[in-house]
Ligand binder design. Structure first.
Ligand code: FMN
Length: 271
């Protein structure tokens, strides 16, 4: 029996290992159609036109180009980009919107942070629709964040016109593994009833207990002689909070990314 939509959502997990099998064009089209049906900016009621959908999806099927993407974006650290038969790059695209407005006698004024902010709504919802459609079709997927950190690379690689900015990338293929489902925070950590309620320190720590255990199990499972384990120990990191803030999403990590985002906006002429 087919899984229900809800089961597909609740049981989904990111996939890092893919089989060599290709994804047929028919199946890929279904994923792409699902992306296009996502909620996004623009009214559905007045005029019923579902907005002007200011985003584009660049499909990369060519294996050599996927290998190049792995090199250019990740210095070869993510072979799954080459292995997965499909990469989808989701871009904010007000270029098409501006051209269309001009052709229709409208005002082609769609640029700036406010416009970007609004356009972004529809790009991430589209990407996640693609994730769920892929999952429901028996495929697996993984987001690749590096697409937003390499502005000079992506501009030339995809031959982007002004006002087209990649903001999300997905790799899709047939899963070779079914990793453990990673824990989410409990409802009460994220959901506030009527008004915001700040938890006590004890409650807050408890909310993260499952994630902490997941992290501790992972740490425990690292081989004693692994470089990563030695690095973690030498930095005195013993908790998930330390791992997240001191070793992964550090201040310098974000400083470098602040610069990349500014460069992106500048190069794409969206600012
Ligand atoms: C836009 C976006 C980009 C992401 N980029 C990466 C990435 O480059 N590497 C990574 O390991 N996880 C990335 N993630 C997170 C994972 O895709 C994944 O959703 C998260 O680790 C939770 O795991 P799960 O999907 O198995 O529940 C990204 C998520 C989003 C929404």
């Amino acid at each position: 029996m087919d899984k229900s939509c809800l089961d597909t959502i609740l049981d989904r997990r990111s996939i890092l290992k893919f089989k060599d099998d290709d994804v047929s064009s028919d199946v890929l089209d279904k994923v792409l159609h699902a992306a296009l049906r996502a909620s996004g900016p623009g009214g559905t009621l007045k005029g019923g036109y579902r907005g002007s959908q200011p985003f584009s999806i660049i499909v990369v099927r060519d294996r050599a180009r996927r290998a190049q993407l792995n090199e250019l974006l990740c210095e070869g650290r993510r072979p799954c980009i080459e292995k997965a038969p499909v990469s989808l790059v989701f871009c904010v695209d007000t270029h098409r919107m501006n051209r269309w407005c001009a052709l229709g006698g409208g005002a082609p004024h769609f640029k700036g942070i406010g416009v970007l902010w609004v356009a972004l709504r529809g790009v991430y919802t589209a990407a996640q629709n693609a994730v769920l459609a892929a999952e429901s079709l028996g495929l697996g997927s993984q987001y690749i964040q590096e697409i937003v950190w390499q502005p000079y690379t992506t501009l030339g690689f995809f031959q982007l016109p002004p006002q087209v900015l990649p903001v999300a990338m997905l790799i899709i293929g047939h899963p070779e593994e079914r990793p453990q489902l990673a824990p989410s925070l409990p409802l009460e950590a994220i959901v506030h009833r009527e008004v915001y309620s700040d938890p006590s320190d004890e409650e807050l720590v408890e909310y993260f207990a499952d994630k902490e255990k997941y992290f501790q199990d992972w740490l425990e499972g690292l081989p004693e002689d692994s470089k990563l384990k030695r690095h973690i120990e030498s930095e005195g990191v013993t908790t998930l909070a330390q791992w997240v803030s001191q070793l992964t999403y550090t201040e310098s990590f974000y400083k470098w990314r602040d610069d990349a985002v500014r460069t992106n906006l500048h190069l794409s002429e969206l600012e």
